[in-house]
Design a protein around this ligand. Structure first.
Ligand SMILES: [Zn+2]
Length: 285
């Protein structure tokens, strides 16, 4: 798997992609999942002491979430301030649901009828304890960032953004949008964030205008590389198992889509972007 602009990709990002997308199953649960016994109603500041028994003040005065218990839940659970688990507490919490080999039971994703894996014979990997500090991502130091080095590589450009093709994939087309300067999502200036929103809409629109593409998925993970990069996956029409959060896994299983067809589609999207949004097909203005 190569990741980049259809030329010299950034192999480390590719590694991050496979691990990253595969690792986010719970974050990408389908709508059928019901993650809490109670419903999280709102995140709000603690109410004054005399406002009633349903909200407890926190010592710090920080915002607290209030959980409404599920019907039939014990009255003692009627109101709980949410406290973030430490990494060790989170691990202990998860481990309590695992077996003697620290394997969690198969869950809803594998029971979903579009899962690429049949539950029989499948088992969950042992859950590993947290490792802190986390290892650095590729390009934490912009001086070593391959995406900064490749700021002039791609199919489509503005002064702030570039769009590249991810080659060697199983879906009909995968594209990646990068800021040309080194930002991660949380650090993106508002002006660029606004551009990203409009651009994301235009890329999705143009990918979905391709023949035999039903939908363009958009992902931002950020676990493999520090330089912001948005994924656009074209979901092939009619392939009803390739839905939602399973698409990146199916993509990894599928044979490579014909490269010359994918390239022609990528260039069609780039040309359409010039027409609909602006920008250019060359790095230099
Ligand atoms: Zn960078």
């Amino acid at each position: 798997m190569r990741v980049g602009d259809g030329r010299d990709g950034d192999g480390r990002v590719g590694d991050g992609r496979v691990g990253g997308l595969a690792a986010v199953g719970r974050g990408f649960r389908p709508e059928c999942r019901e993650p809490f016994r109670g419903r999280v109603l709102a995140i709000r500041r603690p109410a004054p002491r005399d406002s009633g028994p349903s909200v407890r003040r926190t010592g710090s005065g920080a915002a607290a979430a209030v959980i409404e218990p599920a019907i039939g839940a014990p009255a003692a659970a009627a109101s709980l301030p949410i406290m973030a688990m430490t990494p060790d507490e989170f691990y202990d919490h998860a481990r309590a649901a695992a077996d003697g080999e620290l394997r969690l039971p198969l869950a809803r994703m594998t029971g979903w009828e579009i899962s690429p894996f049949e539950p029989e014979g499948l088992r969950v990997s042992p859950l590993r304890p947290p490792v802190l500090p986390e290892p650095p991502r590729h390009g934490e130091d912009p001086a070593d960032c391959g995406m900064c080095r490749d700021r002039d590589e791609g199919l489509w450009f503005t002064d702030h953004w570039r769009l590249g093709q991810v080659t060697g994939v199983g879906v009909p087309l995968a594209l990646m949008l990068y800021p040309r300067d080194h930002y991660d999502l949380a650090e993106l200036p508002d002006e660029l964030a606004a551009e990203m929103g409009v651009l994301t809409t235009h890329v999705v629109r143009q990918v979905q205008a391709l023949p035999h593409v039903s939908r363009a998925h958009v992902y931002r993970l950020g676990d493999g590389a520090a330089h912001l990069h948005l994924w656009f996956y074209a979901r092939p029409a009619g392939q009803g198992q390739l839905l939602g959060s399973w698409l990146p896994v199916w993509d990894d299983l599928l044979p490579e889509y014909p490269a010359e067809v994918a390239r022609a589609d990528a260039e069609a999207v780039a040309d359409a972007l010039v027409a609909s949004y602006g920008g250019r097909r060359t790095a230099a203005a």
